[in-house]
Design a protein around this ligand. Structure first.
Ligand SMILES: *[C@@H]1O[C@H](CO)[C@@H](O)[C@H](O)[C@H]1NC(C)=O
Ligand SMILES: *[C@@H]1O[C@H](CO)[C@@H](O)[C@H](O)[C@H]1NC(C)=O
Ligand SMILES: *[C@@H]1O[C@H](CO)[C@@H](O)[C@H](O)[C@H]1NC(C)=O
Ligand SMILES: *[C@@H]1O[C@H](CO)[C@@H](O)[C@H](O)[C@H]1NC(C)=O
Ligand SMILES: *[C@@H]1O[C@H](CO)[C@@H](O)[C@H](O)[C@H]1NC(C)=O
Ligand SMILES: *[C@@H]1O[C@H](CO)[C@@H](O)[C@H](O)[C@H]1NC(C)=O
Ligand SMILES: *[C@@H]1O[C@H](CO)[C@@H](O)[C@H](O)[C@H]1NC(C)=O
Ligand SMILES: *[C@@H]1O[C@H](CO)[C@@H](O)[C@H](O)[C@H]1NC(C)=O
Ligand SMILES: *[C@@H]1O[C@H](CO)[C@@H](O)[C@H](O)[C@H]1NC(C)=O
Length: 329
């Protein structure tokens, strides 16, 4: 009799515990069980309430809204990550982990996602174009992986996107045209890939709010588009280490918000236009190894914010320190 009672109690407890595991916790534990290594994420246990697990943030209703799992050294894949149980997930950050395998297309079914950061992993395969269907995505960071070209033609315009980093991957071909459809973008980093061909003239018109543009360490060729002068909010322009020719356009002096201008390591040729002296916010100017033949225009003496200037390789460099109080020569 006592034994039977105990049995009933155990059943009752079992059912209770089972009920206490919400589907989100179950989904997270299922994914955790696919990770490699000795007990990653020890706090992720049914003994603790899901909302207290490391890296997990919940809303008032107890639904998981944010997963900040960067830097836990998690080793495994994302194959088992997707679950329909996450209805209110807004942030998924797994940067700086040890993830391998592909980016599953079903990550794009997290419809409330605003931040997806998978940078600094070892992910391979094509970037799923389905990620462009995320209706609320604001930050998409896939840099520093081994990702290859997506099916660009299937991209949707990402009107909510503000920041895109695809840096340091294995992407190639022409400047991705879908970017001209991301009209609200503020930061774009395509550096350290194998993109080639011309820079799009239409970029400032299509993506006028860009504040950060890094296209360095690619194989872009042709000249720096003169319409780039219409970037009125651009603070950092890094075009270093490409195959750009045709000189430094005088019009770049009209990019009045510019704080950093890197044009180093390009076969640009020509001289330093005096118009650069109008860039009153400029702090860093890197134009070394750009086949420039020039005296330093006296107008650059107006660049009172300048703290760093990298001019090595310019022929006929003169009296730099007289003109530029901040010049480190
Ligand atoms: C709950 O998580 C903490 C770590 O955050 C851990 O120290 C503790 O042992 C966990 N409790 C249980 C019952 O697993
Ligand atoms: C990646 O995560 C680390 C924490 O581990 C953070 O400090 C860093 O800023 C993140 N880097 C990027 C590129 O988001
Ligand atoms: C999500 O995609 C991965 C990789 O394609 C797949 O292995 C997994 O079964 C998918 N998950 C669901 C729930 O469909
Ligand atoms: C998601 O959150 C919103 C409010 O933030 C709430 O109205 C909605 O019911 C939640 N959805 C689910 C499936 O929990
Ligand atoms: C990167 O791309 C090149 C050629 O496009 C290919 O040969 C190489 O295997 C790729 N590497 C990875 C890690 O995908
Ligand atoms: C931009 O979006 C429009 C509307 O969806 C589409 O017709 C066009 O093909 C897109 N352009 C590019 C380059 O993706
Ligand atoms: C641009 O990207 C390169 C390579 O990824 C990086 O080394 C450089 O610091 C970046 N430039 C700026 C201005 O952030
Ligand atoms: C740079 O462009 C020239 C043609 O303009 C081409 O011959 C050369 O191969 C390119 N170099 C690189 C490194 O892409
Ligand atoms: C810039 O410098 C030049 C030559 O040093 C000077 O004549 C000119 O007035 C300055 N312009 C401005 C806007 O400060």
């Amino acid at each position: 009799m006592a034994v039977q009672k105990l049995f009933h109690i155990s059943i009752f407890l079992l059912v209770c515990t089972a009920k206490a595991i919400n589907p989100e916790a179950e989904a997270l534990l299922r994914w955790k069980s696919t990770l490699i290594g000795a007990n990653p994420l020890p706090s992720w246990s049914i003994a603790n309430s899901t909302c207290s697990w490391s890296g997990v943030t919940c809303d008032a209703a107890g639904h998981v809204t944010k997963l900040h799992l960067s830097g836990f050294g998690l080793h495994g894949t994302l194959h088992a990550f997707y679950s329909a149980a996450f209805q209110n997930l807004t942030v998924l950050s797994l940067n700086n982990s040890n993830l391998v395998g592909v980016v599953p297309a079903n990550i794009s079914l997290f419809l409330s996602l605003t931040v997806l950061d998978l940078s600094y992993n070892n992910l391979v395969g094509a970037i799923p174009y389905e990620l462009s269907h995320l209706p609320m995505i604001v930050k998409l960071k896939l840099g520093n992986n081994h990702l290859t070209n997506p099916e660009y033609a299937s991209f949707s315009p990402m009107s909510s996107l503000k920041l895109l980093s695809l840096a340091n991957n294995n992407l190639s071909g022409a400047f991705p045209q879908f970017i001209t459809n991301c009209t609200g973008m503020i930061g774009l980093d395509l550096s350290a890939n194998a993109f080639s061909g011309p820079l799009p003239d239409s970029l400032p018109q299509m993506v006028p709010r860009l504040g950060y543009l890094n296209l360095s360490f690619n194989g872009f060729s042709g000249s720096i588009p003169r319409p780039f002068s219409r970037f009125q909010k651009l603070e950092a322009l890094d075009l270093g280490n490409n195959n750009l020719t045709g000189g430094i356009p005088e019009e770049l002096g009209m990019m009045s918000a510019l704080i950093l201008l890197c044009l180093y390591s390009n076969p640009l040729g020509g001289s330093i236009p005096a118009s650069l002296g109008q860039l009153h916010s400029l702090e860093d100017l890197a134009i070394s190894d750009a086949d420039l033949v020039s005296t330093l225009p006296p107008e650059l003496g107006n660049l009172t914010s300048l703290t760093g200037m990298f001019l090595e390789g310019i022929i006929y460099l003169e009296a730099c320190h007289h003109l530029l109080p901040g010049c480190k020569q």
